[in-house]
Design a protein around this ligand. Structure first.
Ligand code: NAP
Ligand code: ZN
Length: 347
């Protein structure tokens, strides 16, 4: 079935409204009517081929919230009418130790990404900038009551990508955490870490978003364009969550960690950087990375967010506004996630 979608046809062309193909519902599949899809910076990196050549035509979108419309014969967890989400993955081998551990994002065969990937049927996957999607039930999560679909959609990537490393590195009461970059991921990182009980400081290029940082629960905000920041904050943070999408001087930030502190990178710049390892060695510090989160943890994160009344701060847009939204994300002019109302595609 062909369904309306926003597609990229080339790295250097604007997105346009067209269609993508969805397979028929197999026994283990759920067909979802998409209500909202968030715009992640990864969508932009991908459709512009910044992380390597993309397969066009391509519909991006991996922050999907919608309603189950149809279930396959073997589906047990979902029924028609359920409110559900789909994140960055729609398949994995299901047999390796990572899949067994619920870390499907590290599947030894490579997980099937929601877009720009090839599924087990040999078809190119197409993401959530669309009105419908067909996904195996094991890659569907339940959106708890208490979070609206528009505020829930970004949790499927920005939420889990920040929740997973915060949990892994033991962020909680007593942790002094720095969140670097206050964008889509960064604002979720602040909200979730505050709910976990941490003392959160935001490191950002300018102080223009100070009122937002206060509202999100951060205790302080410092400008990284101000050289004195790197003096006054030296050795202050146990953990740093780095969400910056561009190359940066990692060593300067590592010096802000306590001895044995950890900087975990979730931002994924398109270019490599040179690293002075002295701050790692001298402070016995750790530089780590983290990729989204597995399906069990994604459900845990959604339940945690519902329990703490956390959703994303969203600006809902129509399909026609998506190219402008991309430019605004690149200009960091978003508070803090654009979410496409996919009903505007159906008309
Ligand atoms: P975003 O909304 O654009 O936020 C990125 C933030 O980084 C900006 O708000 C800005 O914060 C800061 N920044 C941007 N350009 C910068 C520059 N040149 N120098 C310093 N700081 C800069 O993007 P996002 O959707 O949160 O995604 C952030 C990154 O994470 C992207 O690279 C994305 O691909 C990646 N990502 C990774 C995963 C994963 O699983 N690891 C998942 C999703 C996304 P300030 O304005 O506050 O300085
Ligand atoms: Zn994403």
């Amino acid at each position: 079935m062909d369904v309306p979608a926003i597609i990229a046809t080339a790295a250097d062309k604007p997105l346009e409204i067209s269609t993508v193909h969805r397979r028929e519902v197999h026994a283990d599949d759920v067909r979802i009517r998409i209500e909202y899809c968030g715009i992640c910076h990864s969508d932009i990196h991908t459709v512009r081929s910044e992380w390597g050549p993309a397969n066009y035509p391509l519909a991006a979108g991996h922050e999907i919230a919608g309603i189950v419309e149809e279930v396959g014969a073997d589906v047990t967890r979902y029924s028609v009418g359920d409110r559900v989400g789909v994140g960055c993955m729609v398949g994995s081998c299901g047999a390796c130790s990572s899949c067994d551990d619920g870390h499907e994002q590290y599947c030894h065969q490579g997980s099937v990404l929601t877009y720009n990937s090839v599924d087990k049927y040999g078809d190119a996957t197409q993401g959530g900038y669309s009105t419908e999607i067909v996904v195996p039930e094991s890659f569907v999560a339940r959106i708890p009551d208490g979070i609206s679909s528009q505020e829930a959609a970004p949790l499927l990537c920005a939420g889990i990508t920040t929740y997973s490393p915060l949990k892994r590195f033991g962020v909680g009461p007593g942790t002094k955490l720095a969140v670097v970059g206050l964008g889509g991921l960064g604002h979720m990182g602040v909200k979730i870490a505050v709910a976990m009980g941490a003392e959160v400081t935001v490191l950002t290029r300018t102080l223009s978003k100070k009122a937002d940082a206060d509202r999100l629960g951060a205790v302080a905000m410092h400008a990284t364009t101000e050289p004195s920041t790197f003096e006054t904050l030296r050795g202050k943070f146990d953990v740093m969550l780095n969400t910056v999408s561009a190359p940066m001087d990692y060593a300067a930030y590592l010096n802000l960690l306590t001895p044995r502190g950890t900087m975990v990178c979730v931002g994924l710049p398109d270019k490599p950087v040179e690293l002075n390892v002295a701050p790692l060695v001298i402070g016995s510090r750790t530089l780590a990375g983290s990729l989204i989160g597995g399906m069990p943890e994604t459900q845990e994160m959604l339940d945690f967010c519902a329990e703490h009344g956390i959703g994303a701060d969203v600006e809902v847009i129509s399909a026609a506004e998506v190219n402008d939204a991309y430019e605004r994300v690149l200009a960091s002019d978003v508070r803090y996630r654009f979410v496409i109302d996919t009903a505007t595609l159906a008309n």
